[in-house]
Design a protein around this ligand. Structure first.
Ligand code: FE2
Length: 315
């Protein structure tokens, strides 16, 4: 089955909430489109959503700031390693200067024929800005980054695996992908429309230690992929489970989309998400997305107590 269209969002476990918010909205100039809470577990944790101007699937970066929990993760193999974001052609120089001007150790590099700027989130997760021709997703120019350099959305993810064959089989047979170019230990896979926003790069790192899978500071938790409808998602879930990938969840209502999760044989956690028809406007005026902290109705009466635990941020 080839039902996945592109990436939907990526979710990172970061450190301090204010630091994460400022890094994404000020340093990278992304738009805050939702501030809410993680729906799982007993300990309240923020869930921040950042995007380009439109917030469409493939253009969403989300984070769980973990610092108040004291849980530290270990980056390693069998885990999503790098978040790649798409920038306009010719803007790498702007980004090198901007990032270095803010004290971030950024460097230029080239891989798979793409010009890139590599750096890390303050919590240590690797990021790359990748120059992409003809990306029509709309950048956000209201946060200090001009449109000529604004981030279009996600370009793709890099997944580190200790044994590449089982992961390559999974992305080809179960996860809608076709094989693309390769370079060194990295093989590119693309799904649906292909190209930017639809890329999974699998890099074999057999000697790397196992990375953390739990919610813990400094690691990527999962990546979600876009699927068009709940009916397609139901069929897709049965298809993947029927292949023997039985570590797959039931549908979970995530407020703005409905999701299933599967633990891939390469270790990384993947999600297939169906956006709700109202999208981000389900609980906010579309012109004022992300301006206040949305707490799901069952916890609303505990708002003050929750904010005491997770910390109030300036925005
Ligand atoms: Fe997710």
């Amino acid at each position: 089955m080839k039902d996945l269209n592109c990436l939907h969002h990526i979710t990172l476990c970061t450190g301090d909430a204010q630091e994460d918010y400022d890094f994404h909205t000020q340093t990278l100039g992304l738009r805050s489109i939702k501030k809410t809470l993680l729906y799982d577990g007993k300990v309240p944790i923020y869930h921040f959503y950042y995007s380009n101007a439109s917030g469409e699937p493939s253009a969403i970066v989300t984070s769980f700031p973990m610092r108040h929990t004291g849980l530290k993760g270990r980056r390693g193999g069998n885990q999503i390693k790098t978040l790649m974001l798409s920038i306009p052609p010719g803007s790498a120089g702007y980004w090198l200067e901007r990032l270095r001007g803010r004290g971030i150790d950024a460097s230029a590099c080239e891989k798979l024929g793409e010009r890139r700027v590599a750096f890390t989130h303050p919590c240590g997760i690797p990021y790359e800005l990748v120059e992409v021709e003809g990306d029509t997703r709309r950048g956000w120019d209201q946060a200090g980054v001009p449109l000529e350099a604004a981030i279009h959305g996600m370009h793709g993810i890099e997944v580190s695996v200790r044994d590449r064959d089982v992961m390559d089989d999974f992305v080809l047979e179960a996860w809608s992908c076709d094989r693309g170019a390769d370079e060194g230990a990295t093989v590119r896979f693309e799904m649906g429309r292909g190209g930017t926003g639809a890329i999974i790069d699998v890099v074999a790192e057999p000697d790397r230690h196992q990375g953390t899978w739990t919610f813990a500071e400094g690691v990527v938790h999962h990546c979600a992929f876009d699927i068009a409808s709940l009916d397609l998602q139901k069929d897709y879930r049965a298809f993947v489970e029927g292949m023997g990938y039985t570590d797959i969840s039931e549908v979970k209502d995530r407020g703005y989309f409905d999701s299933i999760y599967v633990r891939t044989p390469g270790g990384a956690l993947f999600e297939a998400a169906v956006s709700k028809p109202q999208g981000w406007a389900v609980d906010e005026d579309p012109a004022h997305l992300g301006e206040e902290i949305k707490i799901s109705p069952q916890f609303e009466q505990d708002r003050a107590q929750i904010l005491d635990v997770i910390g109030r941020i300036d925005y």
